[in-house]
Design a protein around this ligand. Structure first.
Ligand code: HSE
Length: 438
């Protein structure tokens, strides 16, 4: 008879319920799924009504009971939040148990501490569900794309904001109205800050960055802008110019022409970005996510699919459980872990000064509609070496003009200096929007 594999769940919310549903309904899935045995489940409130039937004998309100239970071989952390999740992960590792987690906030901030502890204990911490929900992206970066020198990882990695932006684009409605409806429909959290301010995407790009480039970056130093101050008007202007607007997370090699083994500088950011409508990322709508990986020799490869939700996220969690179940006996005999799967850091990565990041830009200005205003704006850009790709006057009302500029690729420092000079022009009333542009 095949050996049973004891699973302990920390959390029985949306993702935990999805994991239980897969384990309970193993027919037709990989034979290893049949060997998984749910032995203990930690929940916050023992009395709460649940979407899944679970024996009260399995439940505990003390998560340490799950970690410490000798029958639990693999701990699945799907409770979220930083603490006590971090401590419980470390406690599981110390007890010699591998961990599967969907917790991007913990991994983005404490991933190295956790990876070092796991390596010392000879166990795995697998995180496929932490980025992109059901999309396989973590294992491909760790293994399938391992032969590549990666140049860039970019993507739409927050489902909530993509849903909101998709509706703003399709329906032309303002952000606060769409957010409210998204909350009523359950597509946005009651407290949406982490999603709409770009923090969730910043957690995820820091995780992808470490895997793609082999070194940690400082999560807190990632320049991050969300969508909460984005105006429907800019989405409309972008559309008229042949672009859509997405919350894009990017991590790219800064010194593309130098191959540095020991250290690497990376340009990393999260910001609302104009994307040409014929670009593969432009067709990624609603709660879907997509990650575009560019490397040598693969070229471009895009991973696309449902970025959140119970079933898709549980699909990634259970795949990680199976990975551990499949290799754990072999690894235990060898007394060492598979270095690809464990994904240890192998070099240092630094964030470049954000002023040096080079990209195209979209700027919307309000100016007095007088002769020479476009010339003055052009002169300010020219003095800072900012080359304009297009400049369009959109609307004139009460003597004011809306001027939209798309630049060629320039450094953020040049762009900022030019915008300071433009803002000081007497004809310019203000800079209403400044977005990235692919
Ligand atoms: N809040 C996340 C999102 C869920 O909207 O993408 C999955 O990480």
């Amino acid at each position: 008879m095949n050996k049973r594999i004891g699973i302990g769940l920390l959390g029985l919310g949306t993702v935990g319920t999805g994991v239980m549903n897969i384990m309970r309904n193993a027919a037709g899935r990989h034979p290893l799924v049949h060997q998984l045995d749910l032995v203990r489940v930690a929940v916050r409130d023992l009395k709460r009504e649940r979407n899944v039937e679970v024996s009260p004998l399995l439940l505990t309100s003390n998560p340490q009971d799950v970690v410490d239970d000798p029958a639990v071989e693999i701990v699945v952390e799907v409770m979220g939040g930083i603490e006590p999740a971090r401590q419980l992960i470390l406690r599981s590792i110390a007890a010699g148990k591998s961990v599967v987690t969907a917790n991007k906030a913990v991994i983005a901030r404490h991933g190295e501490e956790i990876a070092i502890a796991a390596s010392k204990s000879g166990v795995y911490v697998l995180i496929e569900a932490a980025v992109g929900g059901g999309i396989p992206i973590i294992e491909p970066l760790k293994q399938s794309l391992g032969a590549n020198r990666i140049d860039r990882v970019s993507g739409i990695i927050n489902g909530t904001t993509n849903y909101i932006l998709s509706r703003m684009t399709k329906e032309g409605v303002p952000y606060p109205k769409v957010l409210k409806e998204a909350q009523q429909l359950g597509f946005a959290e009651a407290d949406p800050a982490s999603d709409v301010e770009g923090l969730d995407a910043a957690d995820k790009i820091s995780i992808l960055s470490r895997l793609a480039f082999g070194g940690l970056i400082d999560r807190e130093a990632i320049p991050t802008r969300g969508i909460s101050d984005l105006k429907a008007l800019d989405i409309d202007y972008a559309k008229q110019l042949g672009y859509c607007v997405k919350l894009l997370a990017v991590s790219e090699r800064f010194d593309k022409d130098t191959i540095l083994e020991k250290s690497l500088s990376l340009g990393v950011r999260v910001q609302p970005t104009l994307i040409p409508i014929d670009h593969p990322l432009a067709g990624v709508n609603d709660v879907n996510n997509a990650i575009l990986v560019e490397g040598d020799p693969i070229g471009e490869v895009m991973f696309y699919g449902p970025g959140a939700g119970s079933g898709p996220t549980a699909s990634a969690v259970v795949a990680d459980i199976l990975n551990i179940a499949g290799i754990s006996q072999v690894a235990a005999r060898r007394g060492s872990v598979d270095p690809l799967l464990a994904a240890a850091s192998w070099r240092k990565c630094h964030l470049v000064d954000p002023k040096k990041i080079v990209q195209r830009n979209y700027v919307r200005l309000r100016a007095v509609d007088t002769p020479g205003v476009i010339g003055s704006i052009g002169t300010c850009f020219g003095k800072e070496g900012v080359s304009i790709q297009s400049i369009v006057q959109f609307d004139v009302s009460e003597g004011n003009a809306e001027i939209v500029v798309i630049t060629h690729a320039v450094s953020h420092g040049q762009m900022t200096d030019a915008l300071i000079a433009i803002q000081a022009l007497p004809e310019v009333k203000g800079i209403s929007a400044h977005l990235g542009c692919l």
